[in-house]
Design a protein around this ligand. Structure first.
Ligand SMILES: O=C[C@H](O)[C@H](O)[C@H](O)COP(=O)(O)O
Length: 222
């Protein structure tokens, strides 16, 4: 938890007066939101675009001014967490189910900063399941096509019912035995009718903020 706090808080050093920020989702970004709210109380003028209903709720509670993407016009910096990061700084996201809005905001932002504790760094992306958001209609058909790309799939459940995303969709957690070309895999996944988006974020991260061996926040430029 201490690593998440250090990484999450450090991201706020890169926030400047007047910026529009993409506000990611999860337990690491939570610390970004808390620090950001302190700076807002001290007079910093920023606006946030939340990537999930949960982040919207927390940000409102903390008093961070929010806008939607239309009102924002542009997003200067998006700050978000990750479930896995490989040596090419390709990410897997969506452990909390927020991958679709997160990817839209990361792509729209001029700069994408990832905050992650050291446990998120993996030698191989297959160590983590890849979340894929699919529409509920005929989900068995979608699942057959997704499996055809070389994975096993599990429909994400919550309280004995399918987990429903903020967009009213399901999540398939996919276990691949190899992910050699993430960009190729994302394209193939997103071409399947019924797939809305996948949790692979390749070539998107500009900076990764983590914690080094001495326990201090470290900023990696990608
Ligand atoms: O859907 C959730 C997001 O992709 C999160 O950013 C990701 O799961 C990392 O979350 P945490 O910071 O809680 O490990």
């Amino acid at each position: 938890m201490e690593s998440k706090r250090l990484a999450g808080e450090k991201a706020v050093d890169f926030v400047e007066e007047g910026m529009v920020l993409g506000l990611g989702t999860g337990s690491t970004v939570y610390f970004t939101l808390v620090r950001l709210a302190e700076r807002v109380k001290q007079g910093l003028n920023i606006k946030g675009v939340p990537t999930s209903i949960e982040t919207e709720r927390i940000a409102r509670h903390l008093g961070i001014p929010l806008v939607n993407s239309g009102e924002a016009g542009k997003i200067d910096v998006a700050i978000d967490g990750a479930d896995a990061i490989d040596s090419h700084f390709t990410l897997i996201k969506g452990g909390g189910g927020a991958l679709l809005r997160e990817k839209m905001i990361a792509l729209a932002a001029d700069r994408f900063i990832v905050v992650a504790d050291p446990g998120k760094f993996v030698t191989d992306l297959t160590h983590v399941n890849l979340p894929v958001e699919i529409i509920p209609f005929a989900r068995e058909l979608t699942e057959i096509h997704v499996k055809g790309l070389g994975c096993t799939t599990r429909l994400r459940m919550k309280d004995n019912k399918p987990f429903i995303t903020d967009n009213g969709n399901f999540i398939l957690d996919c276990s691949f035995s190899e992910i050699i070309e993430p960009n190729d895999l994302q394209m193939k996944l997103n071409r399947i009718p019924g797939v809305v988006e996948n949790g692979l974020f390749a070539g998107l991260a500009d900076q990764i903020i983590t914690v080094d061996h001495s326990g201090k926040a470290a900023v990696l430029e990608t």
